[in-house]
Design a protein around this ligand. Structure first.
Ligand code: UDP
Ligand code: MG
Length: 338
C-alpha cells in the first residue's frame, strides 16, 4: 500500500537556508528520534533558495527515506517564515511541529511536544532552558519579548524559539491567511483555543552561522510588532497630543514673559535642543507610519508570497503502474502561495 495515502500523526516542518554543513547531522538525529517515538510522521523540508549544496543533500535524503520525507523547493529566498508557511500547506498530520535546521532545537524534544499536545492542547510553545546564543542577541531578544508582551495580546514567553507544536485546527486557519510579512508563532497563537508552553533544551548551532544579520533581525521584529499591534501608531498620536498641549503652554508662558520682561534672546540653545529632539521624534514617527504603509502596500499588491519550483514527493501509486522513477517521482509543479 502506498504510504503517502495514510495520513501521518505528525508533520515536522523545517526551513532550510544554506545549511549544507549541518544537514547530515540533523538527519542523523531527527529520523532516529522520530522512529523511536513510535508515531507515524512525515518530515517536510522547505529549501528557502539556498545557494549552497543544501538542495542536493535534501534530494539525497529524500531518496533515502521517500516514505516519510518531502522536500519543497523555493525558487528564491523568501525568508524563514514564508518557508514555514509553505511547509504548512503541505502538511497532512494532526500535529504539526516546526524546527530549525541547525540543530539548535534538539529533535529529541519533539516527542515531549507531541505528548503535551495529546493532553488536549492545540498549541504547545516552548521555552529554552538555557539559550545558547550570543549575549547581545539574548539580551536584545529579551527586551523585544518584553515589549511585544506589553503591546500585543500574544502571550509567548520565548518568542524567538521555533520549536513548537500546532494542532491541525490552528494550521488550517494559518493556511487561510494571506499575510506577506508575518511571524508564524504569533499568527498561530491568535488561532489557538488552548495554548500552553513547556521547557525544552537549546543547543549551539551545529554548523555554519546564523542566517540573521542585525538588519534582518530588526526587520523581523518590525514584522512582529506591526503585524500584531497598532499600539506603536497610537503611541505617536498620544505623544502628538501631549506635545501640542505642552507647546501651547510654552507659548502662553513666553507671551506672558514678553509682556512682563520685554524681549529676551537668552535660552536660544535650549530652544534648539528642544527643536532637534522633537525633529527626531517626528522623523521616527514618520518612519514608523512608513513601516505600516509599506506593509499595506505589499499586501495590496497581492503578489504571490513565494514560488514553489518543485516538490519532491512520492506519487500515489495507481493500480498496475510502477513508479516512474526509482523510489518516487518529482512532481514538476509550479505553485504559487497566496
Ligand atoms: N532560514 C530560512 N530562511 C532565511 C533565514 C533562515 O529558511 O532567510 C532558516 C535556517 O536555515 C534555519 C532557521 O531558519 O533552519 C533559523 O535560522 P538561524 O539558525 O540562522 O537563525 P537564529 O537561530 O540565528 O535565530
Ligand atoms: Mg539557529
Amino acid at each position: 500500500m502506498n504510504v503517502l495515502a495514510i495520513k501521518p500523526e505528525l508533520s515536522v516542518v523545517i526551513p532550510v537556508y544554506n545549511e549544507e554543513a549541518g544537514l547530515d547531522k540533523l538527519f542523523g538525529r531527527l529520523y532516529p528520534a522520530l522512529d523511536k517515538a513510535g508515531i507515524t510522521y512525515e518530515i517536510i523540508f522547505v529549501n528557502d533558495g539556498s545557494r549552497d549544496n543544501s538542495v542536493a543533500i535534501l534530494a539525497e535524503q529524500y531518496r533515502q527515506r521517500p516514505d516519510v520525507t518531502r522536500v519543497v523547493l523555493f525558487n528564491g529566498n523568501y525568508g524563514q517564515h514564508m518557508a514555514i508557511l509553505a511547509g504548512f500547506e503541505q502538511t497532512r498530520g494532526e500535529i504539526i511541529v516546526t524546527l530549525d535546521a541547525d540543530l539548535q532545537n534538539p529533535p529529541e524534544e519533539i516527542p515531549k511536544l507531541v505528548e503535551k499536545m495529546r493532553e488536549g492542547y492545540d498549541y504547545v510553545g516552548s521555552i529554552r532552558r538555557k539559550r545558547q546564543d550570543t549575549a547581545w542577541r539574548t539580551i536584545a531578544s529579551k527586551a523585544m519579548n518584553h515589549l511585544r508582551e506589553r503591546i500585543t495580546n500574544i502571550h509567548i514567553t520565548d518568542q524567538g524559539n521555533m520549536l513548537r507544536a500546532y494542532g491541525r485546527n490552528v494550521i488550517d486557519l494559518v493556511n487561510q491567511c494571506g499575510e506577506v510579512n508575518t511571524f508564524v508563532p504569533a499568527l498561530a497563537y491568535k488561532f489557538a483555543r488552548k495554548p500552553t508552553e513547556i521547557v525544552v533544551e537549546h543547543e549551539e548551532r551545529a554548523a555554519g552561522e546564523s542566517k540573521y544579520s542585525l538588519y534582518s533581525l530588526i526587520r523581523l521584529n518590525f514584522d512582529l510588532v506591526t503585524g500584531f499591534s497598532l499600539v506603536p501608531l497610537q503611541v505617536f498620536s498620544l505623544l502628538g497630543m501631549t506635545l501640542s498641549f505642552c507647546s501651547g503652554l510654552l507659548v502662553l508662558i513666553l507671551l506672558v514673559r514678553r509682556f512682563l520682561l520685554g524681549a529676551e534672546a537668552e535660552g536660544v540653545f535650549t530652544l534648539f535642543a528642544i527643536a532637534f529632539f522633537f525633529m527626531g521624534v517626528i522623523l521616527f514617527g514618520i518612519g514608523l507610519v512608513g513601516e505600516y504603509v509599506g506593509r499595506i502596500f505589499q499586501q495590496v499588491r497581492a503578489r504571490p508570497r513565494y514560488v514553489v519550483q518543485t516538490i519532491l514527493q512520492g506519487q500515489p501509486r495507481r493500480e498496475g503502474h510502477e513508479l516512474d522513477e526509482a523510489e518516487g517521482v518529482v512532481l514538476e509543479k509550479r505553485q504559487v502561495g497566496r
